[in-house]
Design a protein around this ligand. Structure first.
Ligand code: FMN
Length: 320
């Protein structure tokens, strides 16, 4: 059996953390991942309410260890999201996309572990100096908002900066082999989003799930278009990786024109749920996702597969 310090801290059967994904990873998905022996996380969007956090947490808590994922940039104007997350008493709070320093201590006062998604060496150092317990190396191939360095070099960089803290690999991992590879490099666990997007428990419209299932690894773009059209205050260093469609083809790289062209915003609002226009955030690992399954089955398949692969590969390539 695999066993890493991070797995021991949270009592996990598998080194799998279900990424917090606002709008998609809510209580049903988080609970399913936790029940299966991973660590499920609830994604909290910038517009979420404190009540949403408490309600969602209440639905997961009895299943075992769970986490809540917050966006740092949104906490500046909405500090009550952190207050609600603390009251919800999760085992883990993630603080991503901004300087986490002011928010670590309040979590520690409540005995809650903290994880920070980092995207380069400078952010890894900042997270370490802030006192974060866990560093998550989020590569640019990840779905949703992310940075510009790929998981492979980034994980090596973050391992150099971790100073003994557990490091978790995020971005592009969707197979047993991927998990075994990340652990072999030195990660204590993996943080998976895209592979869970088509699970039965993910909050997903049928049309969106179908589109995700047919997409390949060539069908994503890292773009600001959806943040700009929605007038969200996402910081410049973190564009979002979404599936390509008519909207990204028309406006990616032309965001300023998009905002001054009459009718674009109105059409975007009128066609929410039409994925030729609307967004489906997903990473390059979408090319490895080709079926709808229950999250528990996916966790068990990836977790046991990683154990088998790790053992077999070591046996095959190590000599005395
Ligand atoms: C649909 C979607 C929504 C996401 N929302 C959030 C979020 O609310 N907070 C966050 O910290 N990360 C968010 N992420 C990023 C994930 O936490 C994670 O880093 C990423 O999914 C890992 O890479 P992968 O998609 O290749 O597995 C989101 C990702 C996706 C695909």
């Amino acid at each position: 059996m695999l066993s890493t310090p991070l797995m021991k801290t949270f009592g996990l059967r598998y080194p799998i953390i279900g990424a917090p994904m606002a709008g998609v990873a809510e209580a049903p998905l988080a609970a399913a991942i936790t029940t299966a022996g991973g660590l499920g996380m609830i994604g909290v969007g910038s517009q979420a309410s404190p009540d949403f956090i408490i309600e969602q947490a209440n639905l997961v808590r009895d299943q075992g260890p769970f986490g809540i994922g917050l966006m740092v940039w949104a906490l500046k104007s909405r500090p009550h999201l952190l207050e609600a997350a603390l009251r919800a008493k999760p085992d883990l709070i993630s603080l991503s996309f901004g300087d986490p320093t002011p928010y670590i201590e309040p979590c520690h006062r409540m005995n809650i572990q903290t994880a920070v998604q980092v995207h380069n060496r400078q952010e890894a150092r900042q997270a370490r100096e802030s006192g974060a317990d866990i560093l998550v190396a989020q590569g640019t191939e990840a779905g949703g908002h992310t940075g510009h360095v790929a998981t492979f070099p980034l994980l090596q960089i973050v391992l150099q900066e971790s100073d003994g803290r557990p490091v978790v690999a995020a971005g592009g991992i969707a197979t047993a082999e991927g998990i075994a590879g990340a652990l072999a490099m030195g990660a204590d666990a993996v943080w998976i989003g895209t592979a869970f997007l088509t699970c039965s428990e993910a909050r997903q419209r049928a049309l969106g799930r179908a589109r995700l299932l047919e997409a390949t690894e060539m069908d994503t773009v890292l773009t600001h278009v959806y943040d700009r059209i929605q007038q969200l205050e996402w910081p410049e260093p973190y564009p979002g990786r979404a599936l390509t469609n008519d909207f990204t083809s028309a406006w990616h790289g032309r965001e300023a024109d998009m905002l001054t062209t009459p009718g674009v915003h109105t059409e975007f609002l009128a066609r929410r749920g039409d994925y030729r226009i609307d967004y489906l955030y997903a990473g390059q690992a979408i090319g490895l996702v080709n079926r709808e399954e229950r999250a528990a089955d996916l966790v068990a398949r990836l977790g046991t597969g990683a154990e088998t692969h790790f053992r077999q590969r070591m046996k095959n390539i190590m000599s005395d």
